[in-house]
Design a protein around this ligand. Structure first.
Ligand code: TXA
Ligand code: MG
Length: 580
């Protein structure tokens, strides 16, 4: 939007957010003196708040309680801002203590954000999982602005973010202390993508917990987030910084797309390395359960005494009470949905998922071809008088996912006679030897979310590749011959495109005339590396929206390890799930 401005104080991005062991878990932040001094005059020109003002702001914030005195304004109207972006580099932040103190100088960007938060504003911040939209977790009015900016349903609770164990302990209800299981998890996995349910603190307003008897807390493993929380001196409530229902943001510019003009400030800390949200663990229930799979895997958690019987919600059990109260992410509300319709190829628990990576990859490639053939056939039928929305399915081949709210219809977008070309996006996990990123050359320059990695080498194809196939619809998927170049020769980031072929679909035994189906491709990663896929997932979905496809076909991964979080998000985003 015209009134969105961009102020980049420094261009370098974070490339890693690991913390030295001796710095865990309590962190405070000190600006790199030299770089701070170098930029000081520039930042003054930009009006960035520095040291003394920050200290005053933090002091003010500490006095700004109790939360109960503040009016809950979850339904407050969203205001209009000129959104400012401040870029911070990891090497500008040092982490060496438990909280702000006078002798430490703070990075001006952190200082400005902390002052805004202390004044009850919202600020979008990077974390290692996704960008969050942060507010003072102890201020109901500040938290209300988060709901308003995101257009988030008022009954969907928020996660509190802390920067130290001291800050965590300040939230315990009287007489409560961290149980041994949580002690071990916090020791080993914080800072990191693990959210723990704790008994609710009386300090935390209802707008954060939404009436739950528990509160969700995590310590993010991102230097900017930790620096900011430590500078604030109070916990930050932060949901993902997307517009409610959209894919979570993994780059600052994703935040700008969704919330530009709705938030005053975005801290740009580079691409989120994890790419999916934190794992939400309820260790208070018996047996313990993962309410949302995320960056820490079930396998990692199950190694801890007390978590041997760890369940995964929806996979291992369903609780009508949890469904009714949306305490488990994605239960009640539409989640992770791009504008385009998502068709998911799901290896699920099928025997093939236990096969080799090559077998699974080949199966996924054939699945893409079959699904695209069906889409084209449906589109032709719709254009030919069957009417839009005529989409036949074969029993046993697919699960239909009904969106719980605002869900898509099953009608393929673009299936109208008035839409001559149905643009399709294909998110690949089946192509070995390629780095993540968009494949089409005209999309190469896009900075959307390949985590800073170089994208695959340019291919000599037009903006869309004419990958088409021959599919026999006889109740199963038959491998079309020589349709997709399997990628054996794809080392070094290059790709041999399969070239143009005619799509021919057998309908009632008869092949119809072919027509090219253009599609964009984006390499998510490879089935053998689900964590890589996770880090690209949301950026890829957003990328496909940006190029304007109507349908996104996604090759899935196995439902184990880091793949559990990936498939959880994809199943929620999908209008149609096809077992492969
Ligand atoms: O990685 C993450 O967790 C990111 C970053 C920003 O930290 N945050 C995030 O927040 O994903 P959000 O709001 O998009 O998802 C948090 C989910 C909510 O959907 C909510 O259902 C669940 O955590 N949650 C929060 N408090 C809860 C509680 N007391 N009991 C059960 N679930 C809770
Ligand atoms: Mg979210």
């Amino acid at each position: 939007m015209a009134w969105t401005i961009l102020k980049s104080l420094h261009c370098s991005h974070l490339t890693a957010c690991a913390f030295p062991e001796n710095l865990k878990p309590a962190c405070a932040v000190r600006a790199d003196y030299k770089s701070t001094q170098r930029r000081f005059s520039r930042q003054q020109r930009f009006g960035v708040v520095v040291g003394g003002q920050l200290a005053a702001a933090v002091t003010g914030a500490r006095g700004a309680r109790p939360a109960a005195a503040m009016a809950a304004t979850a339904s407050a109207p969203c205001r209009v801002f000129q959104t400012e972006i401040i870029t911070l580099a990891a090497n500008e932040l040092a982490c060496d203590g438990a909280g702000p103190s006078d002798e430490k100088a703070f990075h001006p960007g952190i200082a400005k954000a902390a002052a805004a938060l202390a004044a009850g504003e919202v600020v979008a911040i990077p974390t290692e999982t996704v960008y969050g939209l942060a507010a003072n977790a102890l201020s109901a009015s500040a938290v209300g602005k988060v709901y308003a900016a995101k257009n988030r349903p008022a009954d969907n609770p928020l996660i509190l973010h802390v920067s130290s164990l001291e800050m965590l302990a300040s939230l315990y209800p009287p007489g409560w202390s961290l149980p041994p299981l949580y002690q071990a998890l916090v020791r080993d996995l914080w800072p990191g993508p693990l959210t723990l349910l704790l008994p609710r603190s009386t300090l935390v307003p209802d707008t954060v917990t939404c009436g739950q008897p528990t509160m969700a807390v995590r310590m993010p493993a991102h230097p900017v987030a930790l620096a900011l929380i430590a500078a604030c001196g109070f916990p930050l409530a932060a949901p993902s910084a997307n517009s409610s229902g959209r894919p979570s943001p993994t780059l600052a510019r994703h935040v700008l797309t969704d919330l530009g003009g709705r938030v005053p400030l975005i801290l740009d800390g580079g691409a989120c390395t994890c790419g999916v949200e934190s794992t939400v663990l309820d260790g208070l229930r018996d047996p313990p359960a993962i309410l949302r799979p995320g960056g820490v895997t079930r396998e990692q958690l199950a190694a801890y005494p007390g978590l041997e019987r760890l369940l995964v919600y929806r996979r291992d059990f369903v609780d009508p009470q949890l469904e009714a109260a949306p305490s488990t992410p994605g239960m009640k509300y539409r989640h992770y949905s791009p504008n385009a319709r998502v068709l998911l190829l799901d290896p699920g628990d099928a025997p093939v998922a236990g096969g080799s990576d090559e077998q699974l990859a080949a199966r996924l490639r054939r699945g893409v071809e079959a699904v695209l053939a069906e889409e084209l056939a449906a589109r032709r039928r719709a254009g030919g008088g069957d009417g839009p929305g005529t989409q036949e399915t074969r029993p046993g081949e697919e699960q239909q996912h009904q969106k719980l709210q605002g869900g898509d219809s099953q009608q393929p977008i673009g299936h109208t006679a008035a839409t001559p070309v149905m643009h399709v996006g294909v998110l690949r996990t089946s192509l070995p030897g390629l780095r993540p990123g968009p494949l089409s050359p005209q999309l190469k320059g896009s900075s959307c979310g390949n985590g800073g990695l170089p994208v695959a080498a340019a291919c000599a194809q037009p903006a869309w590749s004419r990958n088409v196939c021959s599919v026999e619809l006889n109740g199963g998927l038959r491998a079309p011959t020589d349709v997709v170049d399997g990628g054996d020769a794809m080392q070094g980031g290059g790709r041999h495109h399969p070239g143009s072929k005619q799509l021919a679909v057998a309908e009632d035994g008869a092949f119809v005339d072919a027509e090219p189906l253009p599609y964009y491709e984006y390499v998510l990663g490879h089935v053998s590396r689900p964590a890589e896929v996770a880090s690209e997932l949301f950026a890829a979905l957003r990328h496909m929206d940006e190029v304007g496809v109507a349908v996104i076909v996604v090759e899935g991964v196995r439902d184990t390890g880091a793949g559990v979080a990936v498939m959880n998000r994809l199943r929620k985003a999908a209008s149609r799930v096809v077992a492969v």
